[in-house]
Design a protein around this ligand. Structure first.
Ligand code: ADP
Ligand code: MG
Length: 373
């Protein structure tokens, strides 16, 4: 109960993660012992590192014999060099552990994530289950079945990425998940409770939030007002105006915009507006955050700052369903990749697996078209 699980993310060599890893244990331990002295910290820490290389040595050494810390490194059995193995296996320290994992680096990472997920998953193992869900737009002359007999279960604490060509039904699927549309066939259940018996406006407000590519901020309100507006309208018991304001400021701080609280949308860049839209959604504490092509309306140089915020949320195991064409991002950050075509889920699975070894011809064609643009 008193153990926190810290997750250290991987990154390319240029991300200076080795250097960060050498500094981090010292910063971490210094502030932890200071907090302990002040009586503000009673927790112990378990630090898990999934590695296929030198990161393991740096982490083990840095956290060696630090008070209140256990450090464990998981490396792929047979996936490290002899020197790397010796460096890790011979590391001294009463609190260090080294585990060889049967499998590859991804399995190590999945192992670490599962531990993390289990710790935080308690009491919030929400699922959204689609059972043979279809949605048909009925036009005057023709009907379009945008989502066609889809069955799929979304789990909490997981980030899903949805890809597929334009018109494949991605946006319609998000609208169904958010309760903005009701299935014309089939059923959606939250925690096994069919949504058609639930209050749809409550579902929208508290459970699922959708963030669209064109932000939809209110131009006459400041960033802070935009973030807090819905929460003020649906104030919770015992919550004061100051509470909500503090919450809004904290969220702006988390997305790196604390100095823009009083700015109006026209004074913000596209990337900043989209980050405000994310903070606005978070202000309602939804169980699930959906994004519909959140960076499609942005200039390429602004997509990074929005993806960084989504990545940060993924690191906290926020349940997210993200429609995106950013292949590298989905590959790196998503837990599952869902590929849609013609209203059906053609293929789904581990993003790297799906991208590197697509099983279906339609997925293969889509991916090669994306790679060529
Ligand atoms: P995606 O988000 O993958 O581009 P959509 O869910 O927006 O796909 O659309 C799926 C299909 O439903 C498309 O064929 C589209 O033309 C059709 N469609 C979407 N919205 C409407 C609508 N309001 N009325 C009629 N057809 C629609
Ligand atoms: Mg769409």
């Amino acid at each position: 109960g008193n153990t926190h699980v810290l997750e250290l993310w991987h990154g390319p060599t240029s991300a200076f993660k080795d250097m960060a890893l050498q500094c981090l244990p010292h910063f971490f331990s210094a502030s932890a012992s200071q907090l302990r002295e002040q009586g503000k910290l009673e927790n112990t820490f378990l630090i898990l590192v999934a590695t296929s290389g030198d990161t393991g040595k740096a982490a083990l050494e840095g956290f060696r014999d630090k008070e209140g810390v256990q450090i464990a490194v998981m490396y792929p059995d047979g996936g490290v060099s002899d020197i790397q193995y010796k460096q890790m296996a011979t590391q001294a320290g009463s609190n260090v552990m080294v585990w060889a994992v049967k499998g590859n680096f991804d399995d190590c990472q999945t192992g670490a994530k599962n531990v993390f997920g289990d710790e935080f998953g308690e009491g919030m193992n929400m699922t959204i289950e689609l059972r043979d869900v279809s949605y048909t737009y009925a036009g005057k002359y023709q009907r379009v079945t945008a989502v066609d007999t889809v069955s799929y279960t979304f789990q909490s604490g997981t980030m899903y990425s949805i890809m597929g060509a334009s018109g494949s039904g991605k946006s319609t699927l998000l609208s169904l998940l958010a309760g903005l549309k009701l299935p014309t066939e089939g059923e959606i259940a939250f925690d096994e409770q069919p949504t058609r018996f639930m209050d749809r406006s409550a579902l929208r407000r508290d459970t699922v939030s959708v963030i669209y590519q064109d932000f939809n901020l209110f131009p006459q309100y400041t960033a802070l007002e935009n973030v807090t507006l819905a929460r003020r309208l649906a104030r919770r018991d015992g919550e004061t105006e100051q509470d909500i304001r503090a919450r809004g400021l904290d969220l702006l701080d988390q997305i790196g915009l604390s100095d823009r609280a009083g700015h109006y949308p026209h004074q913000l860049s596209g990337g900043q507006k989209q980050r405000v839209a994310i903070a606005r959604a978070l202000c309602m504490e939804p169980d699930v955050l959906c994004f519909d092509e959140p960076t499609s309306a942005l200039d390429p140089e602004l997509t990074g700052e929005v993806l960084r915020v989504i990545r940060q949320l993924a690191g906290r195991r926020t349940t997210m369903i993200v429609v995106t064409h950013e292949m590298a991002f989905a590959r790196d950050v998503a837990d599952r990749l869902i590929f849609m075509d013609g209203g059906v889920i053609v293929e789904q699975g581990d993003p790297r697996q799906v991208m590197d070894h697509p099983r279906m011809e339609r997925t293969r064609q889509f991916l090669s078209r994306c790679a060529n643009t």
